[in-house]
Design a binder for this molecule. Structure first.
Ligand code: HSE
Length: 398
């Protein structure tokens, strides 16, 4: 079967490499070879093994009836959407690693694929190489998914792990992560939680069976986490992790992306460095955790190639994915209950006056007080924290 790759960057070139190096394995799995015919990219790649396949016009792929399988690894919504849509309308299967595209247009592209009796797959869009999308779409379909909690951003997990291990400040760890190629030159999407937000929007859309708009998800990143917060975390025997969460509430879900203070009995406490993990709770299954390499060229490309094999095996068959276009109204996140860790310059008497009984935490930091509140609704906590005269930090306990 002939294939094409659109976008020859980190992941696209990884896909080509796997198709070359695992050729025999793919023939064994699919029953025939998946042969790369075109690579679409505006750049030139002199000396690259796929140099002779480079093209610059996506219509060459769309109009070539020999190409049955297309990979989209360009990133961003446009022009990826236009290209992917054209491929599906031309009756070709498409797999993508592009979470921005899937979060924004997933429902529509799934419908277009169904209308043309092909498939639109996106295993690599969440958790890189970790098989979580197919697990949700295939293996967990007998369950009502009650909860998903994930560490789904490798960059921030790497940074938080470094901060925990070395007591370093955020800015220093970010500079080091950029120098080592773990963090992007523009790290905003990772450190402000936007990347994790799109990933939990995709997972929640899949378990709910309808569109969850990422704009509706309360999102907080890690750029405000300091070395002082880490000292408190250690004093509490906890660690700080950026979690993307959604929880079933009646007929809908409530979702949030934020840093959480986790204790050692939380399975996600132990997920360090660039690893990702997604913990799923089914009403019959109980818990299942999926963990592994959540980013990087070959891990992500591995998931893309798995989609290629799956689609090659389903030529002429549309695999049903339930994801309706109608928007799901998420439950009100301000009604969620939590315990909160707070740092403030206010004295202990004032803190107790506002919050009642709290647990003070001693991290040996002078001139401020750190404490854990009781369990409070978000909006009640917001009212109370406004009464503090010098609030320094708030992190939820998870
Ligand atoms: N920037 C993302 C991360 C890449 O750090 O996890 C994978 O989506």
């Amino acid at each position: 079967m002939k294939a094409a790759i659109m976008g020859y960057g980190t992941i696209g070139s990884g896909v080509a490499k796997i198709l070359r190096e695992n050729k025999d394995r793919i023939v064994f799995t699919v029953g025939e070879e998946i042969e790369l015919k075109y690579v679409l990219d505006l750049r030139d790649f002199p000396g690259d093994p796929e140099e002779d396949k480079l093209i610059k016009d996506y219509k060459i792929i769309a109009e070539d009836p020999e190409v049955r399988l297309v990979v989209e690894t360009m990133g961003g919504v446009e022009p990826a959407y236009t290209f992917v849509n054209a491929m599906l309308e031309a009756g070709k299967h498409v797999t993508t690693s592009n979470k921005a595209l899937v979060a924004a247009k997933g429902a529509e592209l799934i419908e277009t694929a169904r209308n043309h009796n092909v498939n639109f797959e996106f295993e690599a869009s969440v958790g890189g190489g970790i098989p979580i999308i197919r697990a949700i779409n295939t293996c967990l379909t007998g369950d009502v998914v009650e909860e998903i909690s994930g560490i789904v951003n490798g960059t921030t997990n790497y940074m938080l792990t470094k901060m925990m291990n070395e007591g370093a400040q955020f800015d220093d760890v970010l500079k080091e992560a950029q120098a080592n190629g773990f963090a992007e030159k523009d790290p905003t999407a990772d450190i402000e939680g936007h990347d994790a937000c799109r990933k939990i929007a995709i997972l929640t859309s899949l378990v709910a069976g309808q569109q969850v708009d990422f704009e509706d998800i309360e999102t907080e990143g890690i750029s405000h986490i300091t070395a002082e917060d880490i000292k408190y975390a250690k004093a509490m025997g906890r660690t700080i992790k950026l979690l993307a969460r959604s929880k079933k509430e009646g007929d809908t879900y409530v979702a949030r992306v934020a840093p959480y203070l986790l204790s050692t009995d939380n399975t996600l406490y132990h997920i360090d460095g660039v690893l990702n993990a997604v913990l799923v709770k089914g009403n019959m299954l109980g818990y299942a955790m999926f963990t592994g390499s959540g980013a990087g060229s070959l891990p992500t490309a591995s998931a893309v190639v798995a989609d290629l094999c799956d689609m090659a095996k389903h030529e002429g068959i549309n695999i049903k994915i339930r994801w309706k276009k109608e928007k799901l109204n998420l439950a009100d996140a301000s009604k969620q209950k939590n315990e909160y860790f707070v740092r403030a310059k206010d004295d202990k008497e004032k803190i107790k006056e506002i919050f009642g009984d709290v647990n003070f935490v001693d991290a040996g930091i002078a001139g401020e007080n750190g404490f854990i509140t009781g369990t409070l609704e978000e909006d009640i906590f917001t009212e109370k924290k406004a009464k503090l005269s010098e609030l320094l930090q708030v992190i939820r306990l998870g």
